[in-house]
Write a protein that binds this ligand. Structure first.
Ligand SMILES: [Zn+2]
Length: 146
């Protein structure tokens, strides 16, 4: 048995015991549930107290919902990576495909010194590192497509 809060068409609120939510629907459609205040059988299901509490709890959860299939550790890692990535994106200039070129220009003083991020191929990254240019890969989120 479950207790449901029921509202009639004029918003009288009352509680009823039902075998299940389905049983409530069946009885409601058959107009078998009458409001004790006005006798109306046009009723609908209200929010019962426990439901309201659950809804509030759900709203309090962070926006980054758990993705199914990832462990708690992966979630923590993902959160750290996402924060790091957001920081880089907020404080650095995006130079896209020109990353290697721009990193080199900054290193040799041909371009304004600043943080940049963008795309570079494995060979470009290797060449930059060989030239002593400090770069670091931007973290990729585990579920992000390449
Ligand atoms: Zn009523």
């Amino acid at each position: 048995m479950i207790v449901l809060t029921v509202l009639c068409e004029t918003d009288h609120e009352f509680e009823g015991w039902f075998a299940s939510a389905e049983a409530f629907e069946t009885q409601r459609e058959a107009r078998a549930i009458a409001c004790p205040a006005c006798g109306s059988t046009r009723v609908r299901r209200g929010l019962s107290a426990p439901n309201v509490a659950t809804r509030k709890g759900r709203e309090a959860e962070p926006v980054t919902a758990m993705k199914p299939g990832l462990s708690a550790d992966q979630h923590r890692l993902r959160a750290v990576l996402a924060a790091l990535k957001a920081e880089v994106e907020a404080s650095c200039d995006y130079v896209g495909e020109a990353f290697a070129e721009e990193a080199r220009a900054i290193h040799y003083g041909e371009s304004d010194p600043r943080g940049i991020y963008g795309e570079a191929s494995g060979a470009e990254v290797e060449a930059l590192l060989e030239e002593g240019i400090t770069i670091a890969p931007l973290p990729r989120l585990p579920d992000e497509a390449n």
